[in-house]
Design a protein around this ligand. Structure first.
Ligand SMILES: Cc1ncc(C[n+]2csc(CCOP(=O)(O)OP(=O)(O)O)c2C)c(N)n1
Ligand SMILES: [Mg+2]
Length: 544
């Protein structure tokens, strides 16, 4: 069996259903032989983003895989791998390398050398018979500990070489790390003694599928819960204890409760300092629970640290705290939830003029509000893009069920959302999968709307077209005045139609809801939809 066929067999054994790819890479043919569905994209980034969504939406149980050619294909994939690394997404990337006699000859691009800093593991195959162990190492890395991309480069001359049969390959395990009992005791004491605890959940809760345990602990402690963008939807945002999520823009509730907190309990999070996440107030008792010891004291000084799987940690804390409280909450619920309700209502009232804007062009906030009240949130998966659409969507979107929101922002590549929505639709065909983006973002990856059409991936794409990079206007006044540096243009509804999808341009606020309803119907008929909303150059964000 050739190396290429052996890899396909290993992918099959690992439960891989899709191979996202861009030619040339002989794995494409080998995968198709074994009925692994190949999805050919229009540029490498999108294939990586789709693979990323497959992994995220299965909590890392199904691994997204992408392959591409040597040289340009591998060079062009850099952004997608870097984004997956930034977001700790567990994907396997299989570039073809130059033939071994050329691998180290300049200026040939060597994946092994160049992807070291944006992968969890990075290896180049040197002899054919090593392929089972090389793949075993890669899959073990993506399935265990902190997730991240694993890269296996296959030099072009090795793809066709023979691997001794039978191939010895056992699918790799996923092992949960349990917490130190002493650390659990200390954290339980701090949480019970806290007068104003706040729980901050990261995407580790999604990967551990620790949603029920998180809810139980919050209810037992009667503690409000916020999340990172990556953790958004880990806790139902329609729950009376939900504060909403934290990104660059945050609901007032997140700000006020964190300022007044005495103890902040971060679960399944890295506490990474980023402009696209919460800035935590100083002088708080911090309990940091993470799967990666490398996170501890990285950005924020912690009082108590617990290392392990989020579900095991939460269950250990639940057992301990429940024991100490004799299984019953202490009667704080009404006070806490009433305070959340009051702050939330005042904040929403302040934003209502924008959320219900009737002007022409209308505010993007109006589209978000109408979208949220038109879709069935429990059966929707939504993602933002970089820039204003993220900061407009994330504070106001109420994510009700786990993994119904794909949040990101450790790095913020314009155009990431489209591939995520497409991958989400493949992973969850019965859900309405939406990406919300601006006209700058579509400039990066919009061509892959054609992939959605060709591959029958009926997503709902919501575009805010304001013919500008509005968010940059305040910081580029001279270049804008002299050379129109923040102006951009395009008719993207026509583009969607030209690709064979459904496109509609919406100019009046009265047409927003009917257009969304038409769009949803089209997706149910199997047609990808792009709704192009002509919006204001809105740059007011909920930055508290
Ligand atoms: C690949 C990449 N390059 C540059 C940026 C910086 N950036 C963030 S948002 C933005 C402009 C966003 O414009 P648009 O999507 O049209 O939203 P608007 O502000 O107009 O609502 C830019 C240039 C980025 N996030 N990603
Ligand atoms: Mg714009």
């Amino acid at each position: 069996m050739t190396v290429s066929d052996a890899i396909a067999h290993i992918l099959k054994a690992e439960g891989v259903e899709y191979l996202f790819a861009y030619p040339v890479n002989s794995l494409i043919e080998s995968a198709a032989k074994l009925d692994i569905r190949t999805v050919i994209v229009r540029q490498e980034r999108i294939g990586l983003h789709m693979a990323d969504a497959i992994s995220r939406l299965s909590s890392g149980k199904k691994i997204g895989v992408f392959c591409m050619q040597s040289g340009p294909g591998t060079e062009n994939a850099f952004g997608g791998v870097a984004q997956a690394f930034g977001e700790s997404a567990p994907i396997v990337v299989i570039p073809m390398g130059y033939a071994r006699h050329l691998s180290h000859v300049p200026p040939n691009f060597h994946a092994y050398l160049n992807f070291q800093h944006i992968t969890k593991s990075c290896e180049s195959l040197t002899v054919a018979e090593a392929i089972p162990e090389v793949m075993r190492r890669a899959f073990t890395q993506v399935r265990n500990g902190r997730p991240g991309p694993a890269l296996v480069e296959i030099p072009a001359d090795l793809f066709g070489e023979n691997v001794p049969e039978p191939i010895q390959y056992t699918p790799t395990p996923s092992v949960r790390i349990g917490p130190d009992p002493d650390a659990v005791q200390a954290a339980a004491t701090a949480l019970i003694e806290a007068q104003h605890p706040v729980i901050y959940a990261g995407q580790g809760v999604h990967y551990a599928q620790a949603w029920p345990a998180l809810k139980q602990l919050a209810e037992l402690l009667e503690a409000p819960v916020t999340t990172s963008l990556g953790g958004k939807s880990a806790f139902p945002e329609n729950h009376p204890l939900s504060l909403g999520s934290g990104g660059r823009a945050i609901p007032q509730t997140v700000h006020d409760f964190l300022q007044n907190a005495d103890v902040i309990f971060g679960i399944g999070c890295s506490f990474t300092r980023t402009p696209f996440g919460i800035s935590f107030p100083k002088d708080k008792t911090i309990i940091h629970a993470t799967v990666d010891p490398g996170d501890i004291n990285k950005d924020i000084e912690v009082t108590h640290a617990i290392v392990g799987d989020a579900d095991l940690i939460l269950n250990a804390l639940l057992a301990e705290i429940s024991d100490r409280l004799h299984g019953t909450p202490r009667g704080r619920l009404d006070t806490v939830t009433q305070k959340i309700k009051t702050i939330k209502q005042a904040w929403l009232n302040m934003w209502m003029p924008k959320l219900k804007d009737t002007s022409t062009p209308f505010s993007p906030y109006r589209v978000i509000y109408d979208l949220m009240h038109t879709v069935d949130p429990d059966n929707t998966i939504i993602t933002h893009d970089a820039g204003s659409p993220r900061d407009q969507l994330s504070p106001f979107w109420t994510a009700t069920t786990p993994l119904s929101y794909i949040g990101w922002g450790k790095t913020t590549q314009l155009g990431y959302g489209l591939g995520l929505a497409m991958g989400a639709k493949l992973a969850c065909p019965d859900k309405l999968c939406i990406n919300v983006w601006g006209d700058a973002a579509i400039g990066f990856t919009g061509m892959d709307f054609e992939t959605a059409v060709r591959e029958h991936i009926p997503i709902l794409s919501i575009l805010f077209n304001n013919h500008a990079m509005a968010i940059e206007i305040p910081i580029m006044p001279i270049s804008q005045e002299k050379y129109h540096a923040t102006d951009i243009s395009g008719n993207y509804a026509k583009m969607a139609e030209a690709f064979g999808g459904y496109g509609e341009r919406i100019i009046s606020s009265n047409d927003i809801i009917p257009a969304i309803q038409r769009g949803i119907q089209k997706t149910q008929d199997g047609v990808p939809v792009l709704l192009e909303f002509m919006t204001t150059k809105e740059i007011d964000f909920s930055i508290c």
